[in-house]
Design a binder for this molecule. Structure first.
Ligand code: SAM
Length: 250
């Protein structure tokens, strides 16, 4: 059978596509795209003439079935979304799942991803982190989720729509306290790219007072809660013992 290539595309700057991604998009029989009109622009930019077919949240289940049949018949296909890596807060899960269940080879062509790009420049601990995707759009649901995350020790990352950014920051501030450090990464790789980290209360007021900050696409990265456990007590005790021992050393 053919291979399903899961291809990452730019999240802003059209140059951010890998040479291999272009080659794969050129060579496959068909490209399944979230929005064919949107993706046509990218394909035009790179002179890629491969036909496009729509595969989005509303038709993914049925569409996947016929795409898997084509893969089984031997065609190579590519899956792309509007921006970044498919399946990351984007369609594609059904297709990848069904292809793998059918024994089709699924191969990623890695590239841009807003959360990873944001994390790489935020300056928050990145050895472990949690991706929460979009929080619920309604405030009650959003606040519930934030409460559930309040004690999370890892850096956590959310995607937010620009028109909800300010409300979301207000909820975060109310539930996590104004001191928690949060980084706003906006318009990554685009003209008005802004990456700013501040305590929540200050970040909220800065965004409120500058409507430009409420435009475009954004990622929020929340510093994890401080770990308060017996471990830290043990650590300071260990440190005291070591200090004493060090003094005894010749
Ligand atoms: N699949 C994409 C990825 O790999 O990041 C994410 C798709 S999701 C529908 C769109 C969200 O990603 C936006 O609402 C925003 O939170 C984030 N995003 C996408 N492009 C961005 C950019 N250039 N700068 C900041 N955030 C971006």
């Amino acid at each position: 059978s053919g291979t399903l290539f899961v291809v990452a595309t730019p999240i802003g700057n059209l140059q951010d596509i890998s040479a291999r991604a272009v080659e794969v998009l050129r060579s496959v029989a068909l490209i399944a795209a979230e929005d064919t009109r949107h993706s046509a622009r990218l394909l035009r930019e790179y002179g890629i003439a491969t036909p496009l077919t729509a595969c989005h949240d509303h038709n993914e289940r049925e569409r996947s079935h016929s795409l898997v049949q084509r893969l089984l018949a031997g065609d190579d296909l590519a899956l792309i979304s509007d921006a970044g890596t498919p399946l990351v807060s984007d369609p594609g899960f059904q297709l990848v799942r069904q292809a793998r269940e059918a024994g089709v080879r699924v191969s990623p062509v890695p590239g841009p991803c807003a959360l990873i790009a944001a994390l790489s420049a935020a300056g928050l601990p990145s050895d472990r982190f949690a991706f929460e995707g979009f929080l619920p759009a309604r405030s009650s649901g959003r606040r519930q989720r934030i409460e559930a995350l309040a004690a999370e020790p890892r850096t956590w990352i959310i995607y937010e729509a620009p028109h909800r950014l300010l409300e979301c920051l207000a909820d975060l501030r109310d539930l996590l306290g104004g001191e928690r450090q949060v980084v706003l990464a906006r318009e990554i790789s685009k003209t008005f790219e802004t990456i700013r980290g501040l305590p929540l209360a200050e970040l909220h007021d800065w965004v409120r007072d500058d409507p430009d900050q409420q435009r475009g696409e954004c990622v929020l990265l929340v510093e994890g809660a401080p770990v308060v456990s017996d471990d830290s007590e043990l650590d300071s005790q260990t440190l005291r013992v070591l200090t004493v021992l060090l003094e005894e050393l010749p």
